[in-house]
Design a protein around this ligand. Structure first.
Ligand SMILES: [Zn+2]
Length: 386
């Protein structure tokens, strides 16, 4: 296979490609938040039950409306489009705090173990969540009955100062930080995801979290842009193994959906990307169970359901077996019984295997760098618009 797992052989060329990918990604993005959206109410809030590690816990899940991800470079990520364009509509720290307060009024009596605070960006980036708002939220979390606070951030925003700030207020309660590594391959992260996360920044953030007795929740992709399903399987299995060797278990696998206003949507439109088959997800789970039996990966189910992602193309098999296959993956998430996956079969699997073979003989023979170069060549922006 021509797909190089780790190597960045030509860093200068890669840097130029990343510059162009970033321009393209940022140029396509559009905030979908309505002009008249309230700045003092969160985007959503609900109480439910989720798996934390291997335990089902009660959760309060809040999505705050905050300024867009400071990076916003990833080719597939829809989240920056679901945040505020603060250049057009600035938001004050007290408005962010007010969003939080509006759903934490009953927190003294409410019974939940886990408080999840999503921002569709980076909780530790001061430009997105001001320090005064973070401090305010830490204080209310400490007073609540919840034991765990889960937030998300790119690793470069996790600093010693930010960890001290959290520790000083929340004390012995646990902070969990969700961080997208996406892939353990340097080349894949660099040009097929175009993320700002590096292996170094990820490992440094993980070491800091451990030092403060906090926890990490690592996210990996199944099928980054420009990859074939075969390559996606190899990429995910190796990435799970890499995390496991670092000491990180329970990675969260996010199979790629094609969301609007992303570079990936453009690739998809041109017939250069298809969402992963569910068979590919099954194969990742089977192979990683054999290779890293104690890694315990889980798949994000909400990304696989069309009804939760009406504007997107979601990973799928054929119309007949998609729903039951997603249900089987969900059951596997809950009890880790491989039988749910082993017993799956349907005639579309033949088509899947044939398609993979064709892909291997065509796209699979072109080095990843060349695939991305060719795409960029086609979408070169006129200099004056840059
Ligand atoms: Zn089928």
């Amino acid at each position: 296979m021509k797909y190089n797992y780790d190597d960045i052989k030509n860093p200068e060329k890669i840097a130029l490609m990343r510059r162009d990918l970033t321009r393209l990604a940022r140029g396509i993005r559009v905030s979908t938040i309505p002009e008249d959206a309230s700045l003092t109410a969160p985007q959503s809030a609900r109480d439910d039950h989720v798996l934390l590690g291997d335990k089902m816990v009660k959760r309060r899940r809040i999505v705050l409306l905050t300024p867009m991800c400071s990076a916003a470079t990833c080719l597939m990520c829809p989240l920056p489009n679901e945040a505020l364009d603060s250049k057009r509509r600035p938001i004050m720290p007290e408005e962010i705090s007010a969003q939080f307060d509006s759903v934490m009024k009953d927190a003294d009596d409410a019974d939940f173990d886990l408080l999840t605070l999503y921002t569709n960006g980076n909780f530790f980036a001061d430009a997105e969540v001001p320090p005064v708002s973070r401090e305010h939220m830490y204080k209310l979390f400490r007073q609540s009955k919840a034991k765990f606070l889960l937030v998300e951030s790119l690793p470069q925003f996790l600093t010693r100062e930010k960890m001290e700030e959290a520790k000083n207020i929340i004390g012995n309660k646990k902070l969990i930080v969700a961080i997208g590594l996406q892939s353990a391959s340097d080349l894949t992260r660099a040009i097929s995801v175009n993320t700002t996360t590096t292996r170094e920044s990820f490992e440094r953030a993980y070491a800091l979290l451990k030092e403060f007795d906090f926890m990490i929740q690592a996210f990996l992709m199944i099928k980054p842009p420009f990859l074939t399903d075969d390559e996606a399987i190899e990429d995910a299995v190796k990435s799970i193994q890499y995390l496991h060797e670092l000491g990180i278990q329970n990675p969260i696998l996010c199979a790629t959906r094609v969301a609007p206003n992303t570079v990936l949507a453009l690739l998809n439109k041109e017939g250069k990307f298809r969402t992963p088959w569910l068979w590919t997800i099954i194969e990742v789970l089977k192979r990683s169970a054999a290779q890293s039996p104690n890694a315990f990966p889980r798949v994000v189910i909400s990304e696989l359901r069309k009804e939760s992602n009406a504007d997107s193309e979601v990973p799928k098999n054929c119309d007949v077996c998609s729903t039951r296959t997603v249900d089987a993956i969900e059951r596997f998430n809950e009890d880790r019984n491989m039988e749910h996956l082993m017993s799956l079969d349907h005639e579309c699997k033949e088509k899947y295997l044939k398609e993979k073979e064709e892909e291997y003989n065509t796209v699979g023979q072109i080095p990843l760098e060349d695939r991305v170069s060719e795409f960029l060549e086609k979408h070169r922006l006129p200099e004056k618009t840059i």
